[in-house]
Design a protein around this ligand. Structure first.
Ligand code: ADP
Ligand code: MG
Ligand code: MG
Length: 883
């Protein structure tokens, strides 16, 4: 079979669609070749070889070698150089490339093919011995480290020693002979640490690097990254072998990275950085301060170094043309890598660019306006969860800020937290519930887990395209990348800036959008849904079938949710209204009363307050449905805990303390989650539900009298397992409705329905639906009762379940569509069978989780209900599910 695919200037065997086989990098190198862009020739060894490699004890298919030889020969023919030729050597890079870009993989090895013999040829051919020896030592260092596993510091010590002997400060001072001394030292290091010499056979070097790329698929970094990003282990990586081009052969050479649009703001302007006379990763590594690509970029950042637009105008024009060509072709923002060798431009990579949520929005909306994509595609382009970034607080512009340092502006997000200096510490503290700011000189793939755990990331080196910035953008973390005045001292655990010392554990605030680093915690303000955001949500609404409601009981939540586009309330938890200071005493009096008369007296005190709650909610939600759930939690949640609270209840109800204590003791339950709660309370104490129903109906009457609006409350009975429970309680509600209606002389419109949150209710849905006028799936409890797992106690074993792969996701976050989902589906079908058109919704946490929302669409629910800040996420996810 075919294991190797060639690419090169003008044509390729692969295409962009072949990412599964060629990896992202390989597929796009092929695509750029087909587009006629200047891509150095090379070939891709497929991901199928990686799969074969692991299935066969880390060996290769028998016919691979011949295919690699042939592809290499084709490259030699194109460039007119030969691999291993001492006079005119072809050098290659060996680059990993999975389907999705993966920073955990093996680093690229450049300049492969250099040996003691070929380095002479490179020196002669280029007429630049210094360049040749510098390239060779870079190669030994990279290959020695990433392929042979020799630790970096061994090489660094050699270089430092040579510089010390010769009294140099900068690498640039080293001459050809000096690099030769370094090379001798590097080779000795390899000899000493591995007990064998650095390989002098280019073919051996090549297979060593290929093996290392495949081997790196299973290294710890890669495994961690895959876990964090849900990338399956069986995808495998491809290997790209590509003819080298040199950005470090003099001042007419350069290397750089760019985005076709600004990845932080989304602005439609070329955005990137480059370095003159530099190779490969020098830009990203932050070793030298990169220069801006465009004059505008340079000016916006107050840089004094010349932009590429000024220093290499002709090449810049070519690059700008490539930018437009790529965008028109891919119809999305691209992240590109390029090198200029002696004023000739080469493209080394393109991929869909990572971007902040704000940029994603702007780019999608702009591209739709520009006609590059349609509105449907624009809606599909935004990851619903990423909206979270836009719905989260930004720094209050009026707040006082004590700015101690500044990095480049233009990354999203602000965050405060405790200063930590290592990824491990970031992880440890965040597990304890602390928010932390991870402070590093620069970050590398080893830090990913700490970056994930941190609220914000601060580096002293780097820039907008540095590792820290790229990863933070992808994860939605606040980031300041390259606050150059800060000096981190890892040993002492401190950071110094102009006389101010920041210690580990101190609180710091960072603002990615301005690049500011501030002492202490700076207050934040809530976001608004406006501009492009509102426009895109409008487009999404056109594709959406399900309604989106909110879970809210306070006027503030209800208002916020409406602002975000909620189309009603799907769950109003009346018990949340019971905890307010002015009523908790009355609520406790009600619970602790041991007679119906005593309960009624206490309920009479609560009723006007409860009525007022509903009046407010109905007014905020005028014209929209409001679902109110009657009292649900176990009574013991309201019990007085302290002596003082007991005394307070005793005094207010005129009982003696001892009786209060006794009753509290009686109400104690062994397993409250499965105890006297939900509709069971209504069965034992109908007067509670009676009061709540009366408050709801009277509120509806009040709202009509005051505003002329008719309210149609949806009254929801929790924790129903049998139809009989519902029948009894519906009769109570209907009786109260008749009374209120007669007394106020108003017809009342209302529905009585039930939560489906017990497996029995789901199974008996046909019967229950004969009484229930709507179902709302309470998937929090349904998950608890289906699995038999108490959510409050799951924290002790859930991590083990995720680690061992029993649970891929936390079932309390993402609906278990196989099990819990099957019950939902059964209940929906049986409910509809008994009562065609029965209204169906979901009100558990899952109502705001995009993949759960997809499931709800599939089952055909009428609406999802979620917390106010998730409403936009749910609107978008519901739209995408319907497309
Ligand atoms: P990553 O996936 O980490 O971006 P790459 O394989 O893209 O790794 O390589 C990193 C950098 O190495 C590239 O940006 C490019 O500058 C340089 N590089 C890779 N291949 C070549 C090549 N054939 N010639 C010159 N530079 C190269
Ligand atoms: Mg790259
Ligand atoms: Mg429940």
């Amino acid at each position: 079979s075919k294991w190797v695919y060639s690419f090169g200037e003008g044509r390729a065997e692969g295409r962009a669609e072949m990412k599964n086989l060629l990896g992202g990098k390989g597929a796009n190198l092929a695509e750029m070749s087909n587009l006629g862009l200047p891509v150095p020739p090379g070939f891709t060894i497929t991901t199928e070889v990686c799969t074969w490699f692991y299935a066969n004890g880390r060996s290769y298919p028998a016919d691979l070698r011949a295919q690699v030889d042939a592809a290499l020969a084709a490259v030699e023919a194109v460039v007119g150089m030969r691999f291993g030729d001492a006079r005119n050597p072809l050098l290659v890079s060996v680059r990993s490339g999975a389907r999705a870009s993966m920073p955990g993989m093996m680093d690229t090895v450049l300049n492969l093919g250099l040996t003691d013999a070929t380095v002479q040829g490179l020196a002669d051919r280029s007429g630049d011995a210094r360049f040749a020896y510098d390239s060779y030592r870079r190669f030994i260092q990279m290959y020695g480290n990433v392929v042979l596993g020799v630790e970096h510091h061994h090489f660094e010590e050699v270089l430092e020693e040579v510089k010390r002997e010769r009294d140099y400060t900068f690498d640039t001072e080293l001459k050809a002979e000096d690099w030769q001394a370094v090379i001798a030292g590097y080779k000795a290091v390899v000899d000493r640490t591995l007990g064998r010499p650095f390989p002098q056979d280019p073919v051996e070097q090549l297979w060593g690097a290929i093996g290392a790329v495949f081997g790196s698929w299973m290294n710890q970094r890669a495994i961690t990254y895959r876990k964090l990003h849900d990338i399956p282990a069986d995808w495998g990586t491809a290997v790209n072998v590509q003819a080298m081009v040199f950005g470090n052969m003099g001042d007419d050479c350069a290397t750089g990275v760019a985005f076709t649009r600004n990845p932080s703001t989304g602005e439609n302007r070329f955005y990137g950085e480059y370095l003159i006379n530099a190779q490969g990763e020098d830009v990203v590594a932050g070793i030298r301060t990169p220069q801006h690509l465009t004059i505008a970029g340079k000016e916006a950042n107050g840089s004094t170094l010349p932009s590429m637009e000024e220093s290499m105008p002709e090449v810049f024009r070519q690059l700008d043309a490539v930018r437009l060509k790529l965008e028109r072709h891919y119809r999305d923002m691209q992240d590109i890598e390029f090198t200029v060798q002696q004023s000739k431009l080469y493209m080394l990579q393109t991929r869909t660019g990572k971007r902040t949520a704000a940029a994603a929005l702007k780019i999608a909306v702009d591209m739709a306006r520009e006609g590059l994509i349609d509105e449907r595609t624009a809606v599909l382009r935004i990851e619903p969860k990423s909206l979270d970034q836009l719905l989260h607080p930004t720094l209050d512009p009026k707040a006082k800020k004590q700015i101690i340092a500044k990095g480049p502006a233009g990354l999203a997000g602000a965050a405060s937290g405790k200063v930590v200096f290592t990824a491990e510490e970031a992880e440890r503290l965040s597990e304890l519930g602390e928010s932390v700011i991870l402070c590093r000189v620069e970050t590398s793939p080893e830090d990913i887990h700490g970056m994930h755990a941190a609220r914000g990331i601060l580096t002293t080196r780097g820039g907008m395209t540095s590792h820290a910035a790229v990863v933070a953008r992808g994860m939605g973390r606040a980031c300041v990348a390259g606050a150059g005045e800060l000096r981190i001292d890892y040993k002492r655990g401190t950071m110094l800036v102009r006389g101010v010392e920041v210690k580990a554990g101190d609180i710091l605030t960072i603002d990615g959008s301005t690049g500011e680093v501030m002492l202490g915690e700076v207050p934040t303000i809530q976001p608004e849904l406006s501009g492009d955001f509102a426009l895109l949500m409008g487009w999404a609404d056109r594709f959406r079938r399900m309604k989106v409601r909110t879970n809210a009981e306070t006027p503030l939540d209800a208002r916020t949710a409406r602002k975000f586009g909620a189309e009603g309330i799907g769950l109003s938890r009346t018990e949340h209204m019971f905890f307010d200071a002015d009523r908790i005493v009355a609520v406790r009096g009600m619970i602790l009363a041991d007679t119906e008369a005593g309960r009624r007296a206490a309920l009479a005190r609560i009723e006007p307050m409860q009525r007022q709650d509903f009046v407010e909610l109905f007014k905020i939600m005028t014209g929209l449905p409001v679902t109110i759930r009657l009292l649900d939690p176990p009574l013991h949640e309201f019990l007085p805990a302290s002596e003082a609270e007991m005394e307070e209840v005793a005094a207010s109800t005129g009982t003696d303390l001892q009786k209060v204590q006794q009753r509290a003791h009686q109400l104690h339950e062994a397993n409250p989650m499965l105890g006297h709660r939900g509709c069971r309370l209504g069965i034992s104490y109908p007067e509670i539900y009676e009061m709540q129903a009366r408050a709801i109906f009277e509120a509806a009457v009040v709202v009509f009298q005051e505003t002329g609006e008719t309210v149609t409350p949806e009254i929801m009975i929790p924790l129903v397992g049998t139809r009989k429970e519902l029948d009894i309680l519906k009769a109570v509600i209907d009786r109260v409705a008749t009374e209120v209606s007669q007394r106020s002389n108003r017809p009342l419109d209302y529905l009585v329905g039930t939560m489906i949150e017990l497996p029995r209710a789901a199974l008996r849905a046909a019967e229950i639906a004969r009484t229930a006028e709507f179902f709302s799936f309470g998937t929090n409890d349904l998950t608890q009762t289906t699995f038999g797992i108490s959510r409050d106690d799951a924290a002790s074993f859930l991590p083990d379940y995720q680690r061992t792969g029993i649970f891929e996701q936390d079932p309390f976050v993402t609906l278990d569509t196989d099990g819990v989902g099957e019950l939902v589906q059964i209940a929906a079908e049986r409910g509809r069978g008994a009562r065609p058109g029965i209204k169906l919704g979901i009100c558990g946490e899952h109502g705001g989780d995009p993949s759960s929302i997809y499931f709800c669409e599939k089952v055909g629910l009428d609406y999802v209900s979620c917390s106010p800040y998730r409403v936009p996420i749910a609107r978008l996810a519901a739209a995408q599910a319907a497309i």
